[in-house]
Write a protein that binds this ligand. Structure first.
Ligand code: OOB
Length: 513
C-alpha cells in the first residue's frame, strides 16, 4: 500500500516530501501569521446581525490544541478512525487539526451522506467516534459514539506535551473515492504527500497572504480541501471564507464583503454563477481566478468566464486518489478553455494506454507520483484491479494529451455516473435496487444532461408488475442513501442488451436513452 523505499527516498530528495506533519505546519503558521485571519464564516442565516466567526491563525492553533486535549481525554489516540461529517464551518478544520495532532484519522464523509453511507464508514473503519452537526445525525450511526458540533470536548493543552505526534509518512486521514464498486473505497493520504499537493497547488494558483479563498463546495471534498482549497490557502497565509452553500445568493455578497480573490466550483454551479453575474448588483471585481473542475467543463461555457466574470478561468482535473491537473494562470486562453490542464508535479507520471495496457494517443489514463496513492485502505483484492503491478493507479478516465502536454478528458471507462461533480458508483445503486422485492435485475447508467453533464437512469427488469417510480424513490430514501444517488429516471425493460461475452452492455443501454 505504501510507496517503495527507493521511490520514497527520491521524493524526499527532490524536496516534495519535506518531513512535515499537519501539526508542524499549523504551529509554524500560527507563529508566522498569528493574528491574521485564517477562517471566516458568515453569521448563521437565522442570527440577527452579527459579524459571524473570524478565527485567526493563532485562534485555530489554540482551539485545535484544546480540542485535541479533549479528544485525548475521551480516549481517542494514535491510529483511531473518526468519521467526520460537518458543513462548511471553522470547526471542520479545528476537528481536522485536533485529530491530526493526535495521529487519529478523520474519515471524510459528505454532508449529503445518510445512514447507509455513514453507518458503513463507521463499521468498516471501526470508528472510535462520529463527529456530526447536530443531535438528529446521531441516528445515522447509532452504534458509534457521536460528538456533536457545539458540544465538542475541550481539555488542557498541557496534556499534549507528553504525547508523541504522528510521523510525516503516516496516514493522516481517509478520503472517499468517487467509486465504481458496490461499497465506497477509502483513500489513505499521508501528511507528506498531501501537504506537498496543496503547497504546490497554492504556488500554481499564486496564493499569497493577501489572497482570499472562498470555500463554496463541501469542505470535505478533495477539490476545496487541497486544490489548493482551504489547506492550500492556510499554507500560504491566506484567509478562507466558508460559504454555507454555493449559490450566487449566498456567495456573491461574501465575495463583495470579503474581497474574495479565488474560488472553486463544479461546472453546473459555474453556469449558474455566469448567468447570475450578468444581472447582479454585487461587486465581484476582486475575483481573480475561478477554478472549475470535478467534471468536464464544456468549451462554450469555459469561453464565457473571462468576458462575463472578468477573471481567469482555471480548469482543474483532479481525483481524491491523488493526481491533480491545472491549466496555468498564464496559459494562452485557447489552452485554458479547451484543456483540463497538466499535472502539478514534474514527477507525476502519466501513461495513456489501450485496453491491453499498450501506450496509445487517446485511451485510459494511468498515473503514479509523489501524491498519488499506491492502494486503497484495506482493499487488497480491489487494489489488484485498480493498480498496475508497478504501482500505477488506473483512473478510469479516457484522455488524450495535446502536443503542449495538457490533458483533455474525452470520456470514462469506469462504471460511474458523474452527476455534475457528484460521483455515483453504478453498482452501489444497483445493489440497493436489487433489494426491492419487485426488482429482478437493475442496471444504472449515465444519460447526458445539458445542465449537470450527466444524470442517472436505472433500467429495471421487474418480477410481475413494475412498482411505481415514486415508490422506488421512497424505497431508496428509506434505505438511507444520499439523495444525489437516487436515479433521476427509471425505465422498465424485459431484458438487457448483452455484450459478446454475455455481460450487460451499458454502452447499448446508454444509447437507448
Ligand atoms: C475530483 O475528485 P473525485 O475523486 O471526486 O473525482 C475524480 C474523477 C476523475 O477521475 C474524473 O473522472 C472526474 O472526477 N473529473 C473530471 C474533472 N475533474 C474530475 N472529469 C473531467 N474534467 C474535469 N475537470 O473531482 C477532484 C479532485 C481534486 C480537484 C478537482 C476535482
Amino acid at each position: 500500500m505504501h510507496w517503495p523505499d527507493d521511490i520514497a527516498a527520491r521524493y524526499r530528495a527532490a524536496g516534495y516530501w519535506k518531513g512535515e506533519t499537519f501539526g508542524d505546519m499549523l504551529r509554524e503558521l500560527a507563529g508566522r501569521y498569528g493574528p491574521r485571519p485564517a477562517l471566516i464564516a458568515p453569521p448563521a442565516p437565522d442570527a440577527t446581525g452579527g459579524a459571524g466567526t473570524r478565527w485567526s491563525f493563532g485562534d485555530l492553533a489554540e482551539r485545535a490544541d484544546r480540542l485535541a486535549a479533549g479528544l485525548h481525554g475521551l480516549g481517542i489516540g494514535h491510529g483511531d478512525r473518526v468519521v467526520v461529517q460537518l458543513p462548511n464551518v471553522p470547526e471542520f478544520y479545528q476537528v481536522c487539526f485536533a485529530l491530526f495532532r493526535l495521529g487519529a484519522l478523520p474519515v471524510f464523509a459528505l454532508p449529503a451522506h445518510r445512514s447507509a453511507e455513514i453507518s458503513y464508514f463507521c463499521a468498516f473503519t471501526e470508528a472510535a467516534a462520529y463527529v456530526c452537526p447536530d443531535d438528529a445525525h446521531r441516528a445515522l450511526a447509532p452504534d458509534t459514539p457521536a460528538l456533536v458540533l457545539g458540544d465538542l470536548p475541550e481539555g488542557d493543552p498541557a496534556v499534549l506535551a507528553g504525547l508523541p505526534g504522528p510521523a510525516p509518512g503516516d496516514v493522516a486521514f481517509l478520503q472517499l473515492s468517487g467509486g465504481s464498486t458496490g461499497l465506497p473505497k477509502l483513500i489513505p493520504r499521508t501528511h507528506d504527500d498531501y501537504i506537498y499537493s496543496f503547497r504546490a497547488s497554492a504556488e500554481i494558483c499564486a496564493l499569497t497572504p493577501e489572497s482570499v479563498y472562498l470555500c463554496a463546495l463541501p469542505a470535505a471534498h478533495n477539490f476545496p480541501m487541497s486544490s489548493p482549497g482551504v489547506f492550500g490557502a492556510l499554507s500560504a497565509g491566506a484567509a478562507s471564507v466558508l460559504a454555507p452553500d454555493p449559490s450566487p445568493g449566498t456567495c456573491f455578497p461574501l465575495v463583495e464583503r470579503e474581497r474574495v480573490t479565488i474560488t472553486a466550483l463544479v461546472p453546473p454551479l459555474a453556469l449558474v454563477w455566469l448567468d447570475a453575474a450578468a444581472g447582479t448588483a454585487h461587486d465581484l471585481s476582486s475575483l481573480e481566478v475561478l477554478q472549475v473542475g470535478g467534471a468536464k467543463f464544456s468549451e462554450e461555457a469555459a469561453k464565457r468566464v473571462r468576458p462575463e466574470l472578468g477573471c481567469t478561468l482555471q480548469q482543474v482535473f483532479g481525483m481524491a486518489e491523488g493526481l491533480v491537473n491545472y491549466t496555468r494562470l498564464d496559459d494562452p486562453e485557447d489552452v485554458i478553455v479547451s484543456t483540463q490542464g497538466r499535472p502539478i508535479s514534474p514527477d507525476d507520471e502519466i501513461l495513456i494506454v489501450d485496453d491491453d495496457d499498450r501506450e496509445t494517443d487517446e485511451g485510459h489514463l494511468l498515473t503514479r507520483g509523489p501524491y498519488t496513492i499506491r492502494g486503497y485502505w484495506r482493499a487488497e483484492e480491489h487494489n489488484k484491479l485498480a493498480f498496475t503491478a508497478d504501482g500505477f493507479y488506473r483512473t478510469g478516465d479516457i484522455v488524450r494529451r495535446t502536443p503542449g502536454g495538457h490533458l483533455v478528458v474525452e470520456g470514462r471507462a469506469k462504471d460511474q455516473i458523474n452527476r455534475g461533480g457528484d460521483k455515483i458508483a453504478a453498482e452501489e445503486v444497483e445493489n440497493h435496487l436489487l433489494a426491492h422485492p419487485s426488482v429482478h435485475d437493475a442496471s444504472v447508467v449515465a444519460v447526458p444532461d445539458p445542465y449537470l453533464g450527466e444524470r442517472s437512469c436505472a433500467y429495471l427488469i421487474c418480477r410481475g408488475e413494475a412498482p411505481a417510480k415514486a415508490e422506488l424513490r421512497a424505497f431508496l430514501r428509506e434505505r438511507g442513501i444520499a439523495a444525489f444517488k437516487i436515479p433521476d429516471r427509471f425505465e422498465f425493460v424485459d431484458a438487457f442488451p448483452q455484450t459478446a461475452v454475455g455481460k450487460v452492455s451499458k454502452r447499448h443501454l446508454r444509447e437507448r436513452t
